[in-house]
Design a protein around this ligand. Structure first.
Ligand SMILES: Cc1ncc(COP(=O)(O)O)c(C=O)c1O
Length: 322
């Protein structure tokens, strides 16, 4: 209507489809893709960023902050700009900084700090407290919002598929995304909307991830890794950590759903990203292709005629025109 601003559509409603060409190529049956890379800033992070920005505004903050490897920062900075909040984004200075230009173009301040990601999360927690910024980093007082945001992925999968799949595969960094999707399925089960929660397949990097390490060690309690033992590469950056902030929740989800977890080395992530591009014409981040690699590794030849949903969390061709 004239004179009225169009209402902003919340993130989500991402594409979902059966990947018939990949099925043929990999000799897998009934593979479905939930493509989070179609989100405005290219990753699943949009689902939580808008929630945090609106919450920060409603609580009276004028600045939102976080520590990030890049994707979450690009997302927060976009929604902060859209809703008139300032944003301060801390990025470890030895990371690839792939999304820094975009973050700056969104009007954010970047703090490039010589620090490991987890230490930067702790630093931003204290700094946000001192400066009265809204802290949207994982593990903050505000992070319950994240689970709520990612539950939407589960609701959409059931809506788009018509029922709950047998398996859901997702990449693991802090574990928040997988834990949120699991929580969504659990809620639907509690409400009688679905009979069974899918089995969860978690994929991460051998360069360092406490969730897969704990699962492999058959530990029910999330472990912390030696900070000196992890190393980031451009491909594995979003998944590497020595402390996973929602690691216990993700580990519980894997155990409770009778699921599995595995490491996927960089060259394998890159190979599956190339396969996805070739067969389904989606350009995805290697870290997100780890979900399909894990499915192929863990389920091929073992599972037939079961619906397997792979959540591809990010696209690789990102807006960089400024
Ligand atoms: C594209 C992408 N996929 C997966 C992940 C891992 O998600 P989580 O930290 O919620 O486990 C991230 C985290 O930054 C990411 O950017």
């Amino acid at each position: 209507m004239e004179g009225m601003e169009a209402e902003e559509e919340p993130p989500g409603k991402t594409p979902f489809f059966r990947a018939r060409n990949l099925e043929r190529a990999l000799k897998l049956k009934r593979i479905f893709i939930k493509f989070e890379g179609a989100s405005t800033t290219g990753t699943q992070k949009d689902r939580i960023s808008r929630l945090h920005v609106l919450r920060a505004k409603s609580m009276g903050y004028d600045t939102i902050s976080l520590a990030t490897c890049g994707n979450y920062g690009a997302s927060i900075s976009h929604f902060a700009e859209l809703h008139g909040l300032k944003s301060v984004i801390a990025v470890p200075d030895y990371y690839s900084g792939e999304r820094n230009r975009e973050i700056l173009a969104n009007g954010s301040t970047i703090l490039s700090v010589n620090s490991k990601y987890e230490d930067l999360v702790e630093y931003m927690r204290d700094r946000s407290n001192d400066e009265s910024w809204y802290d949207s980093s994982p593990g903050s007082v505000n992070s319950h919002v994240d689970i709520e945001g990612y539950e939407m992925i589960a609701y959409e999968i059931v809506d788009q598929l018509g029922h709950a799949p047998s398996y859901v595969a997702a990449p693991l960094g802090n574990g928040t995304t997988l834990a949120g999707i699991y929580s969504g399925f659990r809620k639907m089960q509690d409400r009688g909307i679905i009979k069974k929660v899918p089995r969860f397949i978690g994929a991460s990097t051998p360069n360092g991830n406490p969730i897969v390490a704990s699962w492999k060690a058959r530990s029910r309690k999330i472990m912390e890794l030696d900070p000196g033992s992890i190393h980031e590469t451009k491909a594995s950056e979003p998944l590497v950590s020595y402390r996973a902030y929602d690691g216990q929740k993700a580990l519980n989800a894997i155990y409770k759903s009778n699921g599995m977890a595995t490491y996927v080395p960089d060259d394998e992530m890159e190979r599956y990203a190339a396969l996805i591009e070739h067969f389904e014409m989606l350009s995805v981040l290697p870290a997100s292709a780890s979900a399909l690699a894990a499915v192929d590794r863990l389920l091929n030849h073992k599972v037939t005629d079961r619906d397997i949903v792979t959540v591809l969390t990010g696209r690789s061709r990102i807006w960089t025109t400024q």
